[in-house]
Ligand binder design. Structure first.
Ligand code: EPU
Length: 433
């Protein structure tokens, strides 16, 4: 049965109060598969309750891992008695990060057979050639047939020097995972530097790995024989924090965003200040306020520490209401503007030409029925709905729930008028398009 649930938002109200950010989705979706490499029990804390995490835990369970929820944000995973290294295809296709199973299964069993990942589709291809290049350099044979990736290294993996042709978060993490138990030293050059890469390296090191340089563009991994169990707390989600900050920019108001690492937010806060925000940084919180007009800005998305592509749609939603014309250049993905058509339904004036979007600010957005095209596009619809006059219905919210923990409750806590409604297939009225 299709998921027809939706969010109903009564907009045009400033956000006030505080919100607590959950653990980073894009870190935990690599840390959970990484437990396959560990010969012991891993206790992972600050785990966000999002559907991508639920799917990944289910995948591990189906493969024979023992998974115990200790409380809503802490999980214990024991992969020592994993029996079945075949990955469940239907679940694998539901998410992008399932590709980390290739690196971890290759690392531990020297063999992986994994369905090609699903997840958000931005309208173009999402290649994994750099992952494959890395596995081959480590001595694996890799082929892609009938929608599956087959990888094997009967002689085991051996450390190698790998230069990434494009800065890829997924390839950096996947090669790191495969190389952790390989023989000898691996060097990844032109590595991605995102906070979640450092977090994965910190997790692996806490379990006994020897990884140096994560967070720079050269990462060295000295292979170790075995990893041991331990406890690890996932970093806060930089993009979830940024999303709520962007929402305050769109609606006006003032919110204390708790459980953040302000350093990870620098590239976002710099842009919000240009847009007219007041941002006050504390040790593990930031207060973002906007009382004056919203100013136009230009943004170019780039790998970290550049402005994150995963914040591009949310800021675009806020910029629809800025004075003047803003220009966004998408520097990571070929196509990440499918949401523009939805914003236009709410009165936004946006032109897209290839990687560039030109947003001419309007004085108001008006509520409409819109859909989430992907996770961050869905967040952009929520932001637009919070700022718009009238009622906005956001459909296809399963995308949003892949990566935002309790978004409705968190927004309600900041005074938003938003609710989630369950719609049965019979009640659903098709959207005219
Ligand atoms: N690329 C290649 N070859 C590869 C891998 C990537 O050409 O083998 C290209 C991509 O086509 C893209 C660029 O390199 O143009 C960057 O892709 P990257 O590999 O960094 O992306 P990813 O690892 O697949 C992760 C996040 C995305 C986020 C990107 C960029 C996860 C699970 N996903 O994807 O997050 O947009 O990094 O920061 O970590 C999201 O959370 O909404 C999301 C889509």
């Amino acid at each position: 049965m299709r998921n027809l649930d939706k969010f109903i938002i009564n907009g045009n109200k400033p956000l006030r109060g505080e919100v607590t950010v959950s653990g980073a989705k894009n870190a935990v979706v690599a840390i959970i598969p990484a437990t396959i490499l560990v010969n012991g029990v891993c206790r992972i804390e600050n785990v966000p309750q999002v559907s991508d995490v639920i799917i990944q835990l289910e995948i591990l369970q189906q493969m024979g891992a023992q998974v115990r929820s200790m409380n809503p944000t802490t999980v214990e995973i024991d992969c020592r008695h994993m029996r079945n290294i075949r990955t469940p295809e239907d679940l694998m296709r539901k998410m992008r990060a399932s590709y980390y199973l290739i690196g971890t299964l290759l690392g531990r069993y020297h063999k992986a057979e994994v369905a090609m990942p699903g997840g958000c589709n931005f309208g173009g291809v999402r290649p994994i050639d750099q992952h494959v290049k890395g596995f081959e350099a480590l001595g694996a044979e890799v082929s892609v047939k009938n929608g599956f990736v087959y990888a094997q290294a009967p002689q085991g993996l051996r450390g190698a020097n790998i230069y990434l042709d494009v800065v890829s978060v997924g390839a950096t993490m996947n090669i790191m995972l495969a190389a952790t138990l390989a023989e000898g030293q691996t060097v990844i050059e032109n590595a991605a530097k995102e906070p979640h890469i450092v977090d994965l390296a910190n997790f692996l090191n806490a379990m006994g790995a020897e990884i140096m340089g994560a967070g720079t563009d050269v990462i060295k991994i000295r292979g170790v024989k075995e990893l041991h169990g331990g406890t690890y707390s996932v970093i806060p989600d930089q993009i979830e924090a940024g999303t709520y900050m962007a929402a305050v920019m769109a609606t006006g108001g003032s919110v204390l965003v708790r459980n953040v690492i302000p350093k990870h937010l620098e590239c976002i806060t710099a842009k919000l200040i240009e847009m007219g925000a007041q941002v006050e940084e504390m040790d593990d919180a930031v207060r973002v306020s906007r009382t004056g007009p919203l100013r136009r800005i230009n943004i170019k998305t780039l790998p970290y520490p550049g402005f994150p592509t995963d914040m591009q749609p949310q800021l675009a939603a806020a910029l629809c209401l800025a004075e003047g014309t803003s220009i966004i250049t998408e520097g990571v993905w070929d196509n990440r503007y499918r949401y523009v058509e939805e914003l236009r339904r709410m009165g936004a004036k946006i032109q897209v030409d290839g990687k560039v979007a030109i947003i001419e600010g309007v004085s108001e957005l008006t509520g409409a029925k819109v859909r989430s095209c992907d996770l961050r596009a869905g967040a952009a619809m929520v932001i637009a709905g919070l700022a718009a006059k009238g009622v906005t219905e956001v459909e296809e919210i399963a995308y949003i729930e892949r990566g935002y923990d309790n978004i409705v409750e968190k927004l309600q806590g900041m005074g938003a008028d938003i609710r989630r409604v369950t719609v049965s297939e019979e009640d659903a009225v098709p959207m005219a398009r």
